[in-house]
Design a protein around this ligand. Structure first.
Ligand code: M6R
Length: 609
């Protein structure tokens, strides 16, 4: 999705914007642009394609100026092109805007503005804002921006500069993320904290319909009526180098390898002894409220949805609460029935996913209590939730979510165990066994990472095939779906995650020597059935990669290649099966020479519906 950076100070605005845009690259983009104010004029530079084109352009001809805004564009309205790249400039050439979001009524505004003599140069929805600000500008940039956004419907975070106001940067948001970074004699704006973490660890998190007037000396926050707002400074909790690749070739690889430590952080303060009840901070629910729950609805997108499916399984299995899990983009459409004492659990790494935020608002509106499971602190979803449980993964930059998935699953498990303990719905011996296994999970994760070379060998055997099935049953069905998503999003191999039980109802028609099947067959309730399903694939000459417990000669004897995992209780095995499947996707994409951290067409944080 689009990324915004802005700077006002005494250093080169273009360089600071460019560095910030590089840190937003993970969000996905197809073009980029920077505008600065210099000597009472705007100077704008735009490039299509990678930011390296902007690096080269600025090396060739500098863009001096100490006030500027930058943007990476992920095309929605109009194809990637120089004309459609931001910043967009007003008809009189004095005002430049960058935008993240979608302006829904841009069509009618465009017609109206053309009728009033404004000249459009792009097909974007954003350009209306540049002309609207010009229309309302009478010397006060903040006033003009506020008046302009009152005409808009949709989602936006804007950064706006004007050649006639060389000492002001104005930013405003509704529904799209925006932070203001605080420096000494210099200040910043950005779509997320990571873009400016190298510059400062102090930010204001801007809320809907709030405006920031930013100068070199300070920041004034107001609402759209101009009333001043007080805001606490948020201190970014991770170090400046947390978002660096270090010795790893790709962020995805680094993040897969961070999982043992991240798991320790997720467990810390919550579970330390299998004989003691676990604590789950952030839930913001009393024991009576947990006991009174009648329904739990998990909702999320993509990888987080798969974690929600694990949550649904465990919530019913252990805490005996009827549970559902919906794709956030579909939840509102099906108009779900919300009973008294319904808990909605939105799950999101970024906390900014538009579909998940909309689902949260819809469920709150229907009377559900909403406790979110999040990674990024102080996100839009966090601020609108009744409680927020943090997965403690640290920054995740790779577009393909890895450590966040594992920790979302771990948090789902902690939540189900906690509810089961409070409600007294599960055998204490089982709860003890699961808690003990969770406590050992960082060691299992470290062990699985030591086996990376074995996964590389499997990847080398199959990376040239074009199609894959990922099969599992029960609590590992989401593991199969997640394994398939990981593979398709970074390697572009067509992969589908299915219940192995569904194969005979259609998909088995596709089985052939050119389609490989990853079969998750760890010991547990569904193990015997998985053996039968593997045989059905083999009987149709389909190559099988088995994922099974160490020493399992039965699966080992049937599969063409093996990925071994340490045996754990089946209910926590989604945590052990996830890691080698992440590595498999990574190494297949690596063998194919794909751009793993910036897969085509994808954005890390999807801030539009
Ligand atoms: O930030 P979120 O967890 O809300 O993001 C949800 C999905 O967009 C995300 O998980 C996406 O599916 C990833 N590309 C998966 O690797």
């Amino acid at each position: 999705m689009c990324g915004i950076v802005g700077y006002i100070g005494s250093r080169s605005a273009a360089q600071i914007c460019l560095e910030g845009l590089h840190r937003l690259e993970y969000r996905g983009y197809d073009s980029a642009g920077i505008a600065v104010v210099r000597d009472g004029e705007l100077d704008v530079r735009k490039v299509v394609g990678k930011l390296s084109n902007m690096d080269a352009s600025l090396r060739e001809t500098a863009l001096p100026g100490t006030l500027g805004i930058g943007h990476t564009r992920w095309a929605t309205h109009g194809k990637p092109s120089v004309e459609n790249s931001h910043p967009h400039v007003s008809t009189n050439g004095r005002i430049a805007v960058v935008h993240n979001g979608i302006i829904e009524n841009y069509g009618e505004l465009r017609e109206q503005l053309i009728g009033e003599g404004f000249v459009f140069k792009s097909q974007t929805d954003t350009e209306v804002m540049a002309h609207l600000v010009e229309k309302y500008y009478a010397g006060d940039l903040r006033v003009a921006v506020v008046r302009a956004v009152q005409d808009l419907q949709g989602a936006f975070a804007f950064g706006v500069i004007c050649a006639d106001n060389p000492d002001q940067l104005v930013a405003v948001r509704r529904f799209s993320p925006l932070v203001v970074g605080l420096g000494e004699g210099e200040n910043y704006i950005a779509s997320d904290m990571g873009a400016i973490r190298q510059e400062t660890d102090r930010v204001y998190v801007i809320d809907d319909d709030e405006v920031a007037l930013i100068t070199r000396e300070g920041v004034e926050l107001t609402d759209l009526e101009g009333n001043p707002l007080e805001r606490e400074v948020f201190v970014i909790p991770w170090p400046a180098d947390a978002a660096e690749k270090g010795p790893h070739k790709k962020f995805m690889h680094k993040e897969i390898h961070e999982q043992p430590e991240a798991m320790r952080a997720c467990l810390a303060g919550r579970l330390s002894d299998p004989d003691k009840p676990l604590q789950l901070d952030g839930l913001n629910m009393t024991e009576a409220e947990i006991k009174g729950l009648k329904k739990v609805v998990f909702t999320a997108c993509g990888t987080a949805y798969h974690a929600g499916l694990v949550g649904r399984f465990l919530m019913e299995y252990l805490a005996k609460i009827p549970a559902e899990c919906d794709l956030a983009a579909e939840l509102r459409a099906r108009n779900p029935v919300v009973l008294d004492n319904t808990l909605c659990v939105p799950i999101s790494q970024s906390g900014e996913t538009a579909d998940t935020l909309v689902a949260l608002r819809d469920m709150k509106g229907k009377g559900a209590r909403c406790v979110s499971v999040l990674n990024v602190v102080d996100s839009s979803i966090a601020r609108e939730s009744d409680g927020a449980v943090y997965i403690q993964a640290g920054p995740e930059i790779g577009v393909a979510s890895t450590k966040a998935y594992s920790l979302q699953v771990m948090t789902m498990t902690l939540m189900a165990l906690h509810f089961a303990e409070v409600r007294g719905t599960a055998d204490p011996a089982l709860l003890r066994e699961l808690k003990a296994a969770l406590l050992k999970m960082p060691e299992y994760a470290a062990e699985l990472l030591k086996r990376e070379d074995d996964v590389i060998e499997v990847a080398k055997q199959y990376y040239q095939l074009k199609d894959a099935f990922y099969l599992a049953r029960g609590v590992n069905l989401p593991s199969a779906m997640e394994g398939a998503l990981k593979l398709k999003e970074i390697s572009y191999i067509h992969a589908e995650g299915y219940s192995a039980g569904e194969m005979k109802h259609g998909p088995i028609a596709l089985v052939c020597p050119e389609l490989f099947t990853v079969a998750i067959a760890v010991h547990g309730d569904v193990y015997e059935k998985m053996i039968g399903n593997i045989q059905e694939i083999k009987a149709r000459s389909g190559p099988v990669i088995g994922v099974a417990d160490d020493g399992d000669d039965v699966i080992g004897g049937q599969a063409d290649a093996m990925i071994w995992v340490p045996p754990v209780p089946e209910l926590v095995s989604p945590l052990t099966t996830a890691i080698p499947l992440q590595l498999l996707a990574y190494h297949m994409a690596d063998q194919r020479g794909e751009d793993i951290d910036q897969p085509r067409n994808l954005a890390k944080t999807v801030t539009v519906e």
